[in-house]
Design a protein around this ligand. Structure first.
Ligand SMILES: N[C@@H](CCC(=O)N[C@@H](CS)C(=O)NCC(=O)O)C(=O)O
Length: 207
């Protein structure tokens, strides 16, 4: 099994965490999005990362890949069994991918990607607006729904992975959740990112 994509991507990190939790051996190819590698492009029609190759089978998209892995390697489960818990886990996955990620990545793009990869200056106004005006709304939401170590069904799973993954990029940009304002969220994120599977995914090759 081969996984394409640098571990700097929060979406690639989601899959790396699931692979580590399930103990699945993988060959990690840490390329960047839009890499011309033909095998990668065959697995990811739009050049996005992550993409998976499992024998002749190819699949793109972190959530699609995780659902595939869950069926193929059910233990330990990353998705809950009950209807309501499953619905909520899929909600948090979607929330992480579409509401949280575009905001958490902004400071990372400005402070890390622009100077290092694009050779462009950081726009600190974008970072300040994100931290003071844009992120507080999803942070308030999360502060209100966190009532234990895990988001859904009393067990670690996809919901936690999708919500927590982008916070590592926020940290790489030198920002973090203010513990005085969002104490539950700050403690939750710290504990999830400390898991061995997350630490292994963070340490995986960046390319
Ligand atoms: N929904 C996709 C999103 C993947 C994605 O947008 N990855 C970024 C890197 S973090 C990418 O490849 N961007 C290139 C592009 O948008 O064309 C997933 O969950 O895998």
């Amino acid at each position: 099994m081969k996984l394409y994509g640098t571990s700097l991507s929060p979406f690639v990190r989601k899959v790396l965490v699931v692979l580590a939790e399930k103990g699945i051996k993988v060959r990690h190819v840490p390329l960047r999005f839009h890499d011309p590698d033909p095998r990668f492009r065959a697995a990811s029609p739009f050049g996005k990362i992550p993409a998976l190759e499992d024998g002749e089978f190819r699949l793109a998209d972190s959530s699609a890949i995780i659902h595939y892995l869950e069926r193929k390697h059910p233990e330990p489960a990353m998705l809950p069994a009950g209807a309501q818990d499953l619905g909520r886990a899929i909600w948090f996955d979607e929330f992480g991918d579409t509401e949280l990620f575009p905001l958490l990545v902004k400071p990372f793009v400005q402070r890390v990607l622009r100077p290092q990869l694009m050779k462009q200056p950081c726009d600190e106004a974008v970072v300040a607006k994100c931290m003071t005006e844009e992120l507080p709304r999803p942070f308030d939401y999360l502060e209100g729904v966190i009532d234990g170590p895990y988001l859904v069904g009393g067990a670690f799973g996809l919901a936690d992975i999708s919500v927590a993954t982008g916070f590592h990029n926020l940290h790489l940009a030198g920002e973090a959740v203010e513990p005085q304002r969002w104490p539950r969220l700050a403690a939750y994120v710290a504990a999830i990112l400390e898991r061995p599977s997350f630490q292994a995914a963070i340490a995986a090759r960046q390319g």
